[in-house]
Design a protein around this ligand. Structure first.
Ligand SMILES: Cc1cc2nc3c(=O)[nH]c(=O)nc-3n(C[C@H](O)[C@H](O)[C@H](O)COP(=O)(O)OP(=O)(O)OC[C@H]3O[C@@H](n4cnc5c(N)ncnc54)[C@H](O)[C@@H]3O)c2cc1C
Length: 484
């Protein structure tokens, strides 16, 4: 009888459910174990909910920042930040109900698609069994169900894709009402009047920008010199400037030590003793991998000091037959990367053709206003000598479509190899930069030159015209330098 490969996947986020679909297509017998619902944190608490909230914030920002210039009349034409009662406001309860509805519907759709593909979905907590590898090389996975029962499964290959949960500071325990993690904000019925956001990485910056657009007074506490320390410095500078211009209180080099609830208020104490007061506090101080208590180290799966699972570029852990994908590996915390790692694991486990993970072609985006989209090698890579590249930065101010739309902030930046002109990276800071980055992604992925990128038609007038123009200017500069 033909042996069907048994795959058990622990965790049903993008790393897990995308892997399940691929494995089922390749003819394996697949079981996904998840404790919260398919789609994972990406769909239920992180990516999908935050971007749905930001969709409302985006409409508010577009209106607030450009209505005057575009000639729109509102009943009270006092600038929005000076209005006693805002002319345009949001019903946060309604916004949050929409957020949750969409998240649950998306999880439901994913469950249907996965089940239709023939995958068995089990609700429960998965862990590796104590027995190690059996004589046939298979592994045991134990599933702890909500009713207290435990089920044992055998698998020829196991994929761990359990994600992360928000990190908490010991003296700032979230209460779910006024001191919140990013998973708890969707229970708010009313807009926080004075919101303190602790942490200025991508999550902190996205929420700070969104709540400010929705109408909160926002203080952003950043332990670093500037917001978004991991992003392109020019892009971070634009965003910080925009945040401050719109009235956000950005506190740089300020480390939060504790957050305390006092009645209807929250007091956040910084390491220099300064106390800031707000009505709510959102903690965005990183995440912890969901890898504890799963029998991983006992099974030979090596974890680093932060508890992240060590994997190679085909998602193998240090234990034979055990793969890992997504945030729990800490490789690049994006839904798209989690999904790719999960698929790669299945191609490898099931003997299909496999391309190892290539992080240098990953496109990512910070969903602030303006958005910051990045692909390929960065300014930091060039500075550290990891890549020899020349760069150009074109401000959007000179772009005709930007002028028509009242867009003042943002730029397109391209990096190309000095000799060949091959595009190796780019940054777009603009409204909907997440859509505009795709042409640069295509160039990076296919080793296109600046000459080729500048040769393709763009629509007139369009923001993407700036990408072609940046490529053209780099090409001319390279040609002139070649002639000299
Ligand atoms: C606020 C926020 C916004 C984000 N926005 C974006 C974005 O716009 N774009 C983007 O690409 N990325 C975004 N991310 C990152 C993205 O959410 C993650 O990269 C993605 O969720 C990783 O997928 P995953 O499969 O590794 O894990 P997850 O999506 O976290 O799924 C893991 C699943 O495993 C389950 N689980 C955990 N332990 C067990 C266990 N022992 N047994 C069974 N099940 C278990 C969990 O309950 C969960 O359902 C955002 C993150 C945050 C915090």
């Amino acid at each position: 009888m033909e042996h069907v490969t048994r795959i058990v996947i622990i965790g049903g986020g993008p790393g897990g459910y995308e892997a399940a679909l691929v494995a089922a297509q390749l003819g394996a017998e697949v079981t996904v174990v998840d404790r919260d619902g398919l789609g994972g944190s990406a769909v239920l608490t992180d990516c999908v909910p935050s971007k749905t909230l930001i969709a409302t914030a985006e409409v508010m920002t577009t209106f607030d920042s450009s209505y005057e210039e575009l000639g729109i009349i509102v009943a009270d034409d006092t600038p929005p930040l000076e209005q006693q009662a805002r002319v345009v406001g949001v019903d946060l309860g309604k916004v949050n109900r929409r957020v949750k509805r969409l998240a649950i519907a998306q999880s439901h759709d994913i469950t249907q698609a996965v089940t239709r593909a023939g995958v068995t979905v089990l609700r429960g907590k998965g862990r590796l069994g104590p027995g190690g590898q059996g004589v046939d090389g298979s592994r045991e996975v134990l599933v702890d169900h909500e009713d207290g029962s435990t089920e044992s499964l055998r698998a020829d290959a196991v994929l761990i894709a359990t994600g992360v949960h928000p990190r908490e500071l010991p003296d700032a325990a979230p209460d779910g009402e006024r001191i919140l993690t990013w998973t708890q904000v969707y229970d708010l019925e009313e807009l926080p009047r004075d919101l303190i956001v602790v942490g200025s990485g991508v999550t902190g910056a996205e929420f700070a920008g969104a709540y400010q657009a929705l109408g909160s007074n926002v203080t952003l506490v950043s332990s670093r010199d500037r917001v978004l320390p991991g992003e392109d410095p020019d892009a971070a500078e634009v965003l910080e400037e925009v945040f401050r211009r719109r009235g956000m209180n950005v506190m740089s080099r300020s480390r939060a030590e504790s957050a305390k609830r006092i009645g209807d208020k929250v007091e956040v104490t910084l390491s220099d003793g300064t106390v800031i007061e707000g009505t709510h506090c959102l903690m965005a101080v990183g995440s912890i991998p969901n890898t504890a208590g799963m029998g991983l180290e006992e099974a030979g799966v090596h974890l680093n000091d932060w508890g992240q699972i060590k994997v190679d570029r085909v998602s193998r852990t240090t234990a034979p037959g055990v793969y890992a994908a997504g945030d729990c590996t800490g490789v690049f915390m994006l839904a798209s990367v989690a999904a790719m790692q999960g698929r790669i694991a299945m191609y490898h486990a099931l003997g299909d053709a496999v391309q190892p993970l290539n992080l240098k072609t990953v496109a990512s985006n910070v969903f602030t206003d303006p958005e910051i989209a990045t692909v390929g090698y960065t300014a930091a890579d060039v500075q550290r000598g990891k890549m020899d590249a020349v760069e150009i930065k074109l401000p959007l101010r000179g772009n005709p479509r930007a002028k028509m739309q009242g867009i003042r902030d943002g730029f397109v930046k391209l990096f190309c190899r000095p000799g060949t002109g091959i595009v190796v990276g780019g940054v777009v800071v603009a409204p909907r930069a997440s859509e505009l980055i795709h042409s640069i992604s295509l160039a990076v992925d296919n080793n296109l030159t600046v000459e080729q990128v500048s040769g393709a038609f763009t629509v007139y007038p369009s923001l993407s015209g700036s990408t072609a123009e940046a490529a053209r200017q780099l090409h001319i500069r390279k040609r002139d330098e070649g002639d000299a």
